[in-house]
Design a protein around this ligand. Structure first.
Ligand code: HEM
Ligand code: HEM
Length: 125
């Protein structure tokens, strides 16, 4: 895996380790307050970003476009901002709200962008 594919998969591995570590701390402390942070670390950071990595690996022509690079950076930055916001909110700090909102909108935008990038591949080659 190289290029955008490798970068998405590499970031997924980092989110997996961080998200599971958070889950482990939650389990050990019996404090599950950060469950939504843990869940999004793993289902978005690990699972979804790994799927993006495999997709770009399987369809290298889509990975070569400038849009794919925008998708990568927007998805990564948005998830980090969303996770920061969620962590603050579930630590009892409402100042995390605007971060969660901005991260959510960015992540949704990146997903729409991915749909635009991936859709033409459905027609086959
Ligand atoms: C080291 C591995 C992991 C540990 C120690 C761990 C720990 C936990 C804990 C303690 C909870 C809270 C359960 C509750 O309060 O009901 C939780 C919830 C959750 N975990 Fe994990 N987890 C791990 C791996 C994963 C992975 C790999 C995923 C997804 C790919 C995942 C997805 C979720 C989700 C979605 C929830 C929320 C479930 C719900 O809404 O009821 N976890 N996890
Ligand atoms: C724009 C992106 C997203 C936003 C704004 C968002 C928002 C939310 C919210 C508000 C909750 C409820 C949290 C609570 O009960 O306290 C939630 C839970 C959950 N979301 Fe998302 N979500 C997003 C993306 C995703 C994606 C892409 C997935 C799966 C791949 C996902 C999987 C889940 C799961 C499994 C839960 C239950 C976890 C729990 O109970 O804590 N979310 N999400």
């Amino acid at each position: 895996m190289t290029g955008i594919a490798g970068r998405f998969f590499g970031s997924a591995l980092i989110f997996a380790v961080l998200g599971m570590s958070l889950g482990l701390v939650m389990g050990m402390t019996h404090d599950h307050a950060q469950m939504p942070t843990h869940a999004h670390f793993l289902v978005v950071g690990w699972v979804s970003f790994a799927i993006y990595g495999f997709f770009y690996h399987l369809f290298p022509e889509t990975a070569a476009s400038r849009l794919a690079s925008v998708h990568f950076w927007l998805a990564e930055a948005s998830l980090i901002v969303l996770l920061f916001g969620l962590f603050q909110i579930f630590s009892g700090n409402p100042a995390g709200d605007p971060f969660a909102a901005a991260g959510s909108i960015g992540l949704l935008t990146s997903t729409i962008l991915f749909a635009v990038i991936a859709w033409p591949s459905l027609r086959g080659r």
